[in-house]
Design a protein around this ligand. Structure first.
Ligand SMILES: Cc1cn([C@H]2C[C@H](O)[C@@H](COP(=O)(O)OP(=O)(O)O[C@H]3O[C@@H](C)C(=O)[C@@H](O)[C@H]3O)O2)c(=O)[nH]c1=O
Length: 177
């Protein structure tokens, strides 16, 4: 893993080495030792992926205590604007950060519990892979409306889910973190 950037306290963008040869490319996406060198200890409980067309916006999602979890995401196909929103009470509350995830320049994003996650697909067939440190708990699967926290998504007509349109605005969200 290459030089990491801290996006929000405890949230990291970590570039991944892409080893290309005549056959194609090789990318290591999980290395416990490299995460530990960033002070990160991650216990995998579930892994899943989503496929999105261009201008799909998913988010902003997080699981609430006691089912809260850390999350690692990466984009092995396509391109996405990945977005984090800090919902941990304190001076950083409500702060957001966006970072480009491009399969051609692989990187992962580590998202600690208490930080909501979302993204906009910048291309058709954008694949997002997730790893989470607790199991899916539908009763504790929460969110904040994607257009309620002042982030510029630069998207006139996003395709969103019914569930994502019903999330509370940031101003209405009662954070347990
Ligand atoms: C997240 C999740 C969903 N599901 C189900 C619920 C639903 O029927 C279907 C699709 O779920 P959603 O509409 O919530 O999928 P989606 O909007 O893609 O949810 C994802 O969004 C991004 C931004 C994240 O950060 C992820 O952690 C995850 O919350 O899959 C599971 O069975 N297990 C899971 O862990």
């Amino acid at each position: 893993m290459l030089q990491a950037t801290e996006l929000l306290p405890g949230a990291f963008h970590v570039p991944l080495a892409r080893l290309a040869d005549a056959r194609g490319a090789f990318v290591k996406t999980h290395a416990v030792g490299a995460l530990a060198r960033l002070g990160l200890h991650f216990e995998l409980r579930e892994e899943f992926y989503s496929l999105s067309r261009r201008d799909v916006i998913r988010g902003m999602h997080l699981q609430l205590p006691p089912h809260d979890h850390d999350k690692i995401v990466y984009c092995p196909q396509g391109r996405a604007l990945d977005v984090l929103l800090d919902l941990r009470r304190g001076k950083g509350y409500g702060r957001s950060r966006g970072v480009l995830l491009d399969a051609r320049e692989p990187a992962l994003v580590f998202i600690p519990r208490g930080v909501a996650h979302g993204f906009k697909a910048l291309e058709d067939d954008t694949l997002m892979v997730y790893k989470v440190s607790s199991e899916h708990a539908p009763t504790h699967d929460a969110g904040v409306r994607w257009d309620s926290f002042g982030f510029d998504w630069d998207c006139a007509a996003p395709l969103t889910s019914e569930r994502d349109r019903r999330h509370p605005a940031l101003a209405e969200f009662d954070s347990p973190f």
